[in-house]
Design a protein around this ligand. Sequence first.
Ligand code: F6P
Length: 365
Amino acid sequence: MAKKRIQRIGVLTGGGDCPGLNAVIRAVAKTLMHDEEAEIVGFLDGYEGLVLDRTMTIDWRAVSNILTQGGTILGTSNTANPFGWAEKKAGKTVTTDRHKDALRVFKKHRLDGLVVIGGDGSMAIAGKLLECGMPVAGVPKTIDNDVPGTEMTFGFMTAVGVATDALDRLHTTASAHHRVMVAEVMGRYAGWLALHSGIAGGADVILIPEIPFRWDAVVRACTERARKGKRFSIVCVAEGAKPFGGEMVIERHVEGSPDPVRLGGIGRLVAGSIEQETGIEARATTLGYVQRGGTPCPFDRVFATSLGHRAACLAAEGRWGRMASWQQGRVTDVAIESVAGGCRKIELDDPLLAVARSVGTSFGD
Ligand code: F6P
């Protein structure tokens, strides 16, 4: 019997944005419109649009000229969750389950399936919708590179480029003023961004959540360099880095978010401690949201397009419940359930850690 052709597919972008979201939307839509003559419905602001029925039509015109654009034409939300819908009522946050609204809206638009472009939180929600009978396919995004089931997420390489450029710039000013420059990069509970940009930017010290650091080892790395006549040092700190026996530094809590913790502030503490213990002037720079903004690098344009194409193929073949993934240099796919809600961290035997150590980088351990 001939396979039923898909007719209508929904698409949404959830969680924090990253470069390449529009490239994925474009690839999903163009592939399905071209190969399947499918109609595409975009849900606005992540799962919020799916619950509140806020949509936009994704046609050829909508996806024209967006390949290189940062952000997402659909908007996104890192708090909207159909299974834990948070609303402020009389000054209090009240959480309700609105997943039935999501199912109703999906049905109302006569959709054959939904492509969710998001990180671990969005995939966890996609997994639950799947259990409720909604056909879902996923595409892994985030500058943090921490989604399980894929060796890389799109957006990561662009963020590595931004952070590396910042480290290069900090190098010249550090060298001119004979200072220690500390750059705090994002990454949540994983150190991928700090490790890759730290190596690319020639950081002398890289601090990551996976390797708790010792204050005296960080200080020693800087004084050792000074003793050898190097009059400046560069320290690249992941926002989730923490001292041995200590805790991560929390900047704020975002009510209603699947993970309300927002990290930030460790860079300042590290700079303060170095200055106090060594007498060398130290400054901290937090790179923040510039790492998430702007145009995707060429690699991410190709990668995001390939992942989007894969998600479109999964939809066209009716292979729901899968997430496009990158394994051993190729695009493939994995079960969404195996991904949902996890966090992929750097293994302590990752060869890149040994590479960094071999060129003299300290991890403060
Ligand atoms: O997950 C991407 C990310 O940028 C993390 O690196 C960072 O910890 C977090 O999002 C910040 O989230 P928000 O946009 O809610 O401040």
